[in-house]
Write a protein that binds this ligand. Structure first.
Ligand code: SF4
Ligand code: SF4
Ligand code: FES
Length: 294
């Protein structure tokens, strides 16, 4: 049994893997070929890569191949999935060393002359085989203070806001909580600072709340202290793996870092904040940014 280390590179394992069997069959109209997969089997901190071969054809995704391996030769292989449409965020794994959704990774995108490796996300504790325990992300979410709107603007209980302000947070709402960004982030994956740093997914969530035109809370102290935004050194790895193409670093993390710097390191703002209270200063800043409108 090999120990499961977060620093083990799946791609290096793939490079040293066997060549796939080369049989190709086009007799049925669509091309099929026998392909080798190395799939992580084990639980807890130990396990190993097991080699399986299966017949794959045009249009299949990695999740199809895993299901086929399950039905043909490994009925006890644990894999989590739900929608098979890239929307539930359940089938996250590391395919040839890269965090990806199994249901959205076409086999035609991979080099099938080499063995394809499929491993669980390494930033989270392994439950079994390809299934990891991602509950730390849900616990981190509870630490982010909830949406808190200002009182309604009109007697009928409705609010008024600029369309551009509403549009700004729409991108963040696309998140499917696949946690691939958390998996690739070196602060969590290599340094295991899950308690000190909420990670890119939760910073997207915090940005969604902080930039919401109706929200009145100031979370900059939380971001600086308990959420650990200072651990992020803007490597942008999280943005590169997001299947929803959310611009995590540029549109969420950097603006949050700027807010933290404005509120906590600008000496004038700090003085005003101390004298008048952070909510008042924050509302003034927001009012100035929106051109003085309420
Ligand atoms: S940009 Fe920040 S949050 Fe994203 S992967 Fe790099 S360190 Fe982690
Ligand atoms: S931000 Fe993107 S990568 Fe991260 S959890 Fe959401 S959808 Fe997945
Ligand atoms: S099964 Fe739902 S995202 Fe892959």
């Amino acid at each position: 049994m090999a120990a499961r280390s977060p620093k083990t590179s799946a791609s290096s394992i793939a490079e040293s893997g066997q060549r796939a069997a080369a049989r190709t069959d086009t007799s049925a109209g669509s091309t099929t070929r026998t392909t080798s997969f190395q799939v992580w089997r084990g639980s807890g901190t130990s396990g190993r890569l097991e080699t399986y071969t299966t017949s794959v054809s045009d249009g299949m995704v990695v999740l199809d191949a895993i299901h086929q391996i399950q039905s043909e030769s490994a009925s006890d292989l644990a894999v989590r999935w739900n929608c098979k449409a890239g929307k539930c965020g359940s089938c996250s794994a590391e395919i040839n060393g890269t965090p990806r959704l199994m249901c959205m990774t076409r086999l035609s995108e991979l080099d099938l002359s080499k063995t394809v490796t499929v491993e669980p996300m390494r930033a989270f504790p392994l439950v079994r085989d390809l299934v990891t325990d991602v509950s730390s992300n849900f616990r981190a979410k509870t630490r982010i203070r909830k949406f808190t709107p200002r009182p309604p603007d009109a007697p009928d209980g409705t609010w008024r806001m600029q369309q551009s302000d509403a549009d700004r947070v729409q991108e963040f709402r696309k998140c499917i909580e696949c946690f691939l960004c958390q998996d690739v982030c070196h602060v969590l994956r290599d340094h295991r600072l899950h308690e000190q740093f909420v990670g890119p997914r939760l910073l997207v969530h915090a940005a969604q709340l902080e930039m919401h035109p109706l929200d009145v809370l100031d979370r900059t102290s939380d971001l600086k202290q308990s959420h650990g935004i200072g651990y992020c050194n803007i490597t942008k790895c999280c943005t590169k793996v997001c299947p929803e193409h959310i611009t995590i670093t540029d549109n969420a993390i950097i603006p949050l870092k700027e807010r933290v710097a404005d509120q906590h390191y600008d000496p004038l703002r700090k003085l005003v904040r101390l004298m008048r209270g952070k909510k008042t200063v924050r509302s003034e800043i927001e009012r100035q940014k929106s051109g003085g409108a309420k």
